[in-house]
Design a protein around this ligand. Structure first.
Ligand code: GLU
Length: 450
């Protein structure tokens, strides 16, 4: 597979020091050999070389004034990766770890995820190395306004439609929308994840978490199983983790863990979701505060994590839902899950498992739902929000949830059938990558060399 080696080494020369981006590209390219073999046009038309190069990369300065009157400067990014299937679509991440590599890996993943949904959306991603933790509401607002003061000229409801990701929720979307409207004078669906009061869609907040669990149910159903009565490990305690836990409870399963950047809560009898929502959505506190109400729960601080991985994946359970961040499930973590009898991993985060962990889970024949398939419910419901905004309609909770369930089932079926067609039944990484690639690559072929 020399094309993989060539592509990665070209990228290392032309886009140095972007290891997360190389990782994401390598994972996709490793799946594509059979389809590249079956249609020589992809190689003749340089589809891979075109796919790994963003159509446009915007990097900008975000200056703002903190509560002490000090000037702060952050980096802002929007990578408009691929528009073969529709306007660039993907979230904005505000986190101190953000750099060009992180945004490029996320944007690259987004191309295939969005293609897999079957909806008319291209791939993009953006964000900033701004750290929202510990910032006052006024500081968040001033930052968001400054960020949008540059971003507004690059986006629009038919060109590029950002949304949330880590560190960007309804509050940040609100401040950015307000500034966009002020600068352009237009009230339009330029962002998704908006408040229900002014253009948001029901179920958008819940969609990624619910979708991850719907995807898991689909994986289990072909084995005549379900999530009912299963003990589940969940990582993260943001939007994705919270609504994955909510859906798990609704389907009769029990989430027994959740995590944040300070540590892991393990509550054998089941996570108190009302309390986690209170701590994370309202008071924005560390998970350790969970113990004040539940002295039978255990808090494992990050300082006590195993050196080769994460405490959460070392706990015995039936299913695992990584919903925190990239590379949070290592090879040693995967081995521990398998040794403990875990039957399923469904990824709520983007690229949470390392490549060797993925290979180990697939070899062990565990039901493994890669993020770009399993977490596509969020962006799919964003597209439903765009559709409602464009047609000036609002749909009911049931209507949107019904559409989300159908989309998740279709994504699963597409990845599952594609894996069978290409001779690797059960390998949803291969299925998702090939199916997503085929849709976007065929559109690129038809649109010519652009
Ligand atoms: N950030 C989410 C993702 O990773 C959602 C993107 C969106 O809704 O546009 O897919």
């Amino acid at each position: 597979m020399s094309y993989i080696h060539e592509t990665i080494s070209d990228l290392k020369n032309t886009s140095p020091a972007q290891c997360e981006f190389y990782q994401a590209v390598e994972e996709v390219l490793e799946s594509l050999a059979p389809i590249l073999e079956s249609n020589k046009l992809y190689q003749q038309q340089a589809i891979i070389q075109r796919l790994v190069e963003p159509e446009r990369q915007i990097m900008f300065r975000v200056p703002w004034v903190d509560d002490q009157g000090q000037i702060q400067v952050n980096k802002g990014y929007r990578i408009e990766f691929n528009s073969a299937l529709g306007p660039y679509k993907g979230g904005l991440r505000f986190h101190p770890s953000v750099n060009a590599s992180i945004i490029k890996f996320l944007g690259f993943e987004q191309i295939f995820k969005n293609a897999l949904t079957g909806l008319p959306i291209g791939g993009g991603k953006g964000g900033s190395n701004f750290n929202p933790k510990g910032k006052s509401d006024d500081e968040i607002m001033r930052f968001c306004q400054s960020f949008m003061t540059e971003l507004y000229r690059h986006i629009g409801p038919t060109t590029d439609v950002p949304a949330g990701d880590i560190g960007v929720g309804a509050r940040e979307i609100g401040y950015m929308f307000g500034q966009y409207k002020r600068l352009t004078g237009r009230y339009e669906g330029v962002l998704t994840g908006k408040s229900l009061l002014w253009g948001g869609s029901l179920v958008r907040k819940e969609a990624t978490g619910y979708g991850v669990v719907y995807f898991a149910e689909n994986m289990l159903s072909i084995k005549d199983e379900s999530l009912k009565s299963k003990k589940c490990l969940v990582s993260g305690s943001g939007n994705v983790a919270i609504y994955a836990m909510e859906k798990l409870y609704q389907l009769g399963a029990t989430p027994i863990t959740c995590t944040d950047s300070t540590g892991t809560i393990f509550h054998e009898s089941g996570i108190d979701l009302t309390l986690v929502k209170q701590l994370k959505e309202k008071s924005r506190k560390s998970l350790e505060a969970y113990l004040t109400e539940h002295n039978d729960a255990k808090f494992i601080p990050t300082s006590e994590y195993p050196s080769d991985g994460h405490a959460v994946w070392r706990i015995k359970a039936d299913a695992a839902f990584p919903c925190a961040t990239q590379n949070e499930l290592t090879l040693a973590d995967a081995k521990a899950l398998i040794a403990n009898g875990c039957q399923l991993v469904s990824e709520g985060a983007n690229m949470p498992s390392t490549q060797d962990a993925i290979n180990t889970l697939i070899d062990a024949k565990i039901s493994y739902g890669p993020g770009k398939a399993a977490n596509a419910g969020g962006v799919s419901t964003s597209q439903l929000e765009m559709a409602q905004n464009a047609s000036m309609q609002t749909w009911s909770f049931e209507e949107v949830d019904q559409k989300l369930q159908i989309i998740m089932k279709n994504i699963f079926e597409t990845a599952h059938q594609t894996a069978i067609e290409f001779g690797q039944p059960g390998n949803l990484v291969l299925g998702a990558n090939i199916a997503g690639f085929k849709r976007v690559a065929d559109a690129m072929l038809e649109q010519g060399v652009v």
